[in-house]
Design a binder for this molecule. Structure first.
Ligand code: ADP
Ligand code: MG
Length: 872
């Protein structure tokens, strides 16, 4: 298996949400590449040192507290007391092996988490060499011009050079939760103290709550205010998951049982073998062996490693895990609430249709110039857009303008923007007021949702009627429809709200935003997997419905609109939630109600979002998914997953992986459970029969538990998804990892191995020395381990089939285990260390074959179940 390192370079580096501004750059061209590199060399990256790396000593001390470690030391000392220095040395040597394994595993987990951390750290939009570039927050240097927008974290300390309505939440530094207003200043040189209105200073780590601005960075990294007070932003941390808690309980039970068994063994051993100091020491050894055999120390390790590596695997399909429990919850998701625009669709708009006074023109079939009566429509739509827009709709308008009305009097590069009325949840329209340079006269252009524009124009009922028919006809083709209006006013009479302006209706625009090509298949996959896809959009209901149909959503007949949703009670909404799959004209604030209604229905909800207002819903959902490309830092911080490519099918891929990881954890735990049964049995049983030699000594158990067992779990970690992962319903979130069936199967397998090993031992005991019998039994046991793995790699497909399914770890583990077995059985020095005697080939072959067949009955069960249907 490849190591999770340095794969950041494989991540798609998309620069989607490069929100451009209405701000005038006015000669801000920023640093050149050379200057940036020079600064970077001088001052280092813009980052705060992560929490201190744990030193080897701390890790060492932690390992030293592990029960397994203590057992090793105890057994080693006992051997020393008994005058067996070789055994003592070997066990004490293992102390280092345990340490090394622990450290390697920790490093690996750390590295996987670190890679995720890098990717989820805030990003910054800078102006360098005159162009906007989206870079990682750590690459910002002093002198950079950083564009700040609503929802962004300020990447470093700076002075605001341009700004419109910029407010920043500086509570991180001041404790004051009311956002402070910022005022741009061209010649400020010094940073002020955090807090206080109308200052130009902005500080690293604080959050832009509204407006936009461009700041010149003056202090980065440790030199920033945040760096000085040594505070770190919230980062990806390994939170403990439900699974881990459940395992914690299991480990405790095991430990108690183990301790009791261990005491029992010591006492029984000493009593049955007639007291004496030496006998007690041997009894203690047997007891320690027993404790080692029952200690379930692999469980927590398996969980941490599987979850961390799982998060890393998921990141390879462009989904970043910010909270570990999400890996586990993903597989249980029953509803997936997704945004339409950008997630299901490409968010690549093209202007397709123009409609004025009932005349509709399809631009794809337009071969002559644009008819004159449509010029004003396009002109005003462009006037109601940003000059250098990022919004795909506005970009499409500019493109169409360049194409269709280029050399006309309809584009006005000489006008200057006097005021912008932004989109609000109450009125889905944008208006721009322009100074024409012609006295005090102003031109106001508005575009927005048709009903909002109709409202602005105070249309007559009859006109409204025909308008809504036109809107229906355009939107039923899946087009996003905007209305356009125009007004004239004087400089002095610009009101606070655009509702107070007088507008005249011009016409409608229809934009096409094609579905992502992978969406229908991914939706179908979700449906097969019992995951309902719910579309949530701010768009018009008919448009939403049409796109939902194209995507193949199950029930597109009923659409609940935002206003309808407002009128519903929580109970009614919860009831309707059962079958409705399309929500339209929804504002982000309403997403929270949708999440809560779904949760009331006991659904496990995954929800996507990108804006500041989506944050509460992202937090409330079981799995909040933020858009990495378009999403604001706030949304990313509230989410448990970050979608790097904003693509719906990546979510589906993550669900599939989540299910696979859960399955694999289950298999690994079942495997560990199964192998503990014979190990415990073989160390315990001989104690009760005074004439039996001890079968498993600490050295054997150490090998079985510390080497073979952990490496075997790697096979499960790398195991591919079962063929039916996406064809079965979501796992019941209340389902215990250790269902009775799982435990039952595991224990049965363990018992059969134990039985076969005992038979081998009993047969071998007649006519062979104790050491030969022990060697033969051990050989059977190790072979049985390998067979248990092969058999359990899939609970649906046969082991013979699985041999052909590649698994990166399998080859190494199997070869390694066989090599190890060969060495201890055949090499004299190793033989002595393991208390083995040389074997006769026939005996050996017999015991190997016994190991091969002992769990084959499970293959028969699998075969039978397969013909009955699924069984997990
Ligand atoms: P979605 O959920 O599909 O992303 P939005 O919430 O972005 O929808 O937009 C909702 C509605 O607001 C759009 O259907 C459109 O009518 C209007 N709207 C969005 N952006 C703009 C804009 N830049 N100018 C005018 N109207 C807009
Ligand atoms: Mg949107």
């Amino acid at each position: 298996m490849s190591e999770p390192q340095d794969h950041t370079s494989e991540m798609p580096k998309k620069e989607t949400r490069v929100t451009s501004t209405v701000l005038d750059l006015g000669g801000l061209s920023g640093l050149s590449e050379e200057q940036v590199q020079e600064r970077m060399l001088q001052e280092g990256p813009n980052e705060l040192p992560a929490q201190k790396k744990r030193s080897l000593l701390t890790i060492g001390l932690e390992v030293a507290r592990e029960p397994m470690f203590l057992m090793l030391v105890a057994a080693g000392s006992l051997y020393l007391l008994m005058g067996e220095p070789t055994d003592a040395l070997m066990l004490l040597g293992f102390v280092f092996v345990v340490m090394a394994i622990t450290i390697i595993q920790e490093r690996r987990t750390e590295r996987a988490l670190e890679a995720l951390r890098d990717l989820s750290s805030p990003r910054a939009l800078v102006i360098r060499g005159g162009v906007h570039r989206r870079i990682a927050g750590r690459d910002v240097v002093r002198g950079d011009f950083v564009v700040l927008c609503e929802g962004d974290r300020v990447p470093a300390d700076g002075l605001l050079r341009r700004g419109i309505n910029l407010s920043v939440d500086e509570s991180l530094l001041t404790g004051e939760s009311v956002p402070v207003r910022k005022a741009a200043s061209v010649d400020a040189r010094e940073l002020d103290k955090p807090g206080g209105d109308d200052l130009p200073s902005v500080f690293s780590g604080t959050l832009v709550t509204s407006g936009q601005g461009i700041a010149e960075i003056v202090a980065t990294g440790l030199r920033s205010e945040l760096g000085k007070i040594g505070k770190a932003l919230e980062q990806v941390e390994p939170e403990s998951t439900l699974l881990q808690k459940e395992t914690g309980r299991l480990v405790r039970t095991f430990a108690i049982v183990g301790l009791m068994a261990c005491t029992l063994v010591v006492v029984v051993f000493a009593l049955t073998r007639g007291g004496g100091a030496d006998v007690w020491k041997q009894g203690l050894l047997a007891g320690i062996a027993m404790a080692m055999a029952t200690l379930p120390e692999e469980f927590p390790v398996v969980l941490t490693v599987f979850l961390a590596l799982g998060a890393w695997r998921i990141s390879r399909s462009s989904v970043l895990t910010r909270r570990m429990p999400a890996v586990e919850t993903l597989g249980a998701a029953t509803v997936l609430c997704v945004d339409k625009t950008g997630t299901l669709t490409q968010n690549r708009m093209t202007l397709r249709k123009l409609a004025v006074h009932g005349n509709t023109i399809d631009l794809t079939t337009l071969f002559t110039g644009l008819p004159e009566e449509l010029h004003s429509l396009l002109e005003n739509a462009i006037l109601a857009s940003k000059r250098d827009p990022f919004d795909p709709m506005e970009r499409a308008l500019h493109e169409a303008g360049d194409h269709l009305v280029k050399d006309t009097e309809h584009l006005h590069p000489d006008w200057s923007l006097a005021r912008e009325y932004p989109l609000t949840p109450g009125l889905l329209a944008v208006s721009h007021a322009w100074s024409t340079g012609n006295g005090a006269e102003m031109v106001v252009a508005a575009k927005g949702a048709p009903e909002a524009i109709a409202d602005l124009c105070h249309l007559e009922p009859a006109l409204l009627e025909s308008l809504s028919r036109e809107v229906e006809s355009l939107s039923s083709q899946g087009l996003r429809v905007l209305g356009v209006a125009r007004g004239l006013t004087g400089q002095t009479s610009l009101p606070e709200a655009h509702h107070d302006l007088a507008f005249e209706f011009i016409g409608l625009l229809g934009f096409e935003d094609p579905l992502r090509p992978t969406v229908p298949a991914a939706v179908a996959e979700c449906q097969a997997a019992g995951v309902r896809v719910v579309m949530i959009t701010g768009d018009y209901p008919t448009t939403a419905q049409s796109i939902a149909r194209q995507a193949g959503l199950g029930n597109c007949e009923t659409v609940i609109s935002g206003p309808e949703l407002d009128r519903m009670s929580d109970e009614e909404l919860a009831r309707r939630m059962g079958d409705v799959q399309v929500f339209a004209r929804v504002v982000p604030e309403q997403k929270l109600r949708i999440v809560n209604a779904l949760k009331a229905n006991r659904e496990v909800v995954a929800m996507t979002g990108d804006g500041v207002n989506d944050a509460p819903a992202l937090k409330a959902a079981h799995i909040g998914i933020a858009m990495g490309g378009r999403g604001t830092d706030v949304a990313r911080e509230s989410a448990s997953l970050v979608l790097l490519d904003d693509d719906f099918s990546s979510i589906v891929a993550a669900i599939r992986l989540g299910r696979r990881i859960f399955d694999n954890i289950k298999k690994a735990i079942a495997f560990i459970l199964a192998v503990h049964v014979p190990i415990a049995g073989l160390s315990m049983l001989p104690v009760f029969f005074a004439d039996w030699p001890l079968l498993l000594l600490p050295v054997h158990i150490v090998f079985l538990e510390l080497i073979i067992d952990p490496s075997c779990t790697l096979i499960f970690e790398a195991e591919d998804a079962e063929a039916d992962v996406m064809r079965r319903p979501p796992r019941n979130p209340d389902e215990r990892l250790f269902s009775r069936r799982t435990i039952g199967v595991a224990v049965m397998q363990g018992l059969s191995v134990l039985a076969v090993c005992l038979i081998v031992f009993l047969l071998a005991r007649t006519g062979h020395s104790a050491d030969s019998a022990r060697a033969l039994t051990f050989a059977t046991l190790v072979v049985a381990f390998i067979v248990i793995i092969l058999v359990n790699r899939s609970w649906t497909r046969s082991a013979f089939e699985m041999l052909r399914v590649p698994n990166a770890a399998q080859k190494w583990v199997v070869i390694g285990a066989c090599a190890f077995l060969a060495v201890v059985l055949l090499v004299p020095v190793a033989q002595r260390l393991f208390y083995f005697a040389p074997l006769h080939p026939t005996d050996l072959i017999f015991s190997l074959c016994a190991g091969l067949v002992c769990v084959l009955w499970f293959e028969v069960v699998k075969h039978a179940k397969r013909h009955q249907g699924t069984w997990t």
